[in-house]
Design a protein around this ligand. Structure first.
Ligand SMILES: [Zn+2]
Ligand SMILES: [Zn+2]
Length: 171
């Protein structure tokens, strides 16, 4: 998403866009994440205060049972952009605000790196199909949400099972 500050004429502007970002999931697979971006820009002199809301849909697999899951990603971040004038980076750094300086003559800024970074951080370490997912039997691999088995499960071989299933899906 590129913002053209020449086109922002009011003291308050709203921008929206639909864009797809690519992230890797826990299995290392690349996932396309369609995102809705809503950006509110408030202007004060040569300073622009941006609030970026991101709403994305991550199609992935339950970390326990490997069923397909659509996980809603919702995050937002603030950014201060200054066009021309003196660089105030230090001042904003002290206030722990994200700050970008656009030198005079430059009027476009890509938000992609910022959006990507925030999107990645918003992905939970563990995504489950449901809170009480029972996962897969570590011995025979059946989905314990759907079936029961008579295995004695002493140790957690989940990684091993994930690996086996991943190979199965890859074929
Ligand atoms: Zn599950
Ligand atoms: Zn079993």
């Amino acid at each position: 998403m590129i913002i053209d500050f020449e086109k922002l004429t009011g003291t308050e502007d709203g921008l929206s866009a639909d864009e797809t970002f690519h992230v890797r999931d826990f299995q290392g697979e690349e996932n396309a994440v369609p995102c809705r971006l809503d950006i509110m820009v408030r202007r004060s002199g040569d300073l622009y205060y941006l609030t970026v809301d991101i709403l994305g849909a991550l199609a992935t697999f339950c970390h326990k049972c490997l069923d397909p899951v659509h996980h809603r990603l919702e995050t937002s971040f603030d950014l201060v952009v200054q066009r021309g004038g003196a660089n105030k980076a230090e001042e904003f750094e002290e206030a722990l605000e994200e700050y970008v300086y656009l030198p005079a003559g430059k009027h476009e800024l890509s938000l992609d790196a910022h959006i990507y970074e925030n999107l990645i951080v918003s992905i939970p370490m563990q995504i489950l199909c449901r809170d009480d997912c029972k996962g897969l039997c570590t011995e025979c691999g059946v989905n314990l949400n759907l079936e029961t088995c008579n295995c004695v499960r002493e140790t957690d071989h989940r990684r091993h099972i994930l690996h086996k299933l991943k190979n199965r899906y890859d074929r």
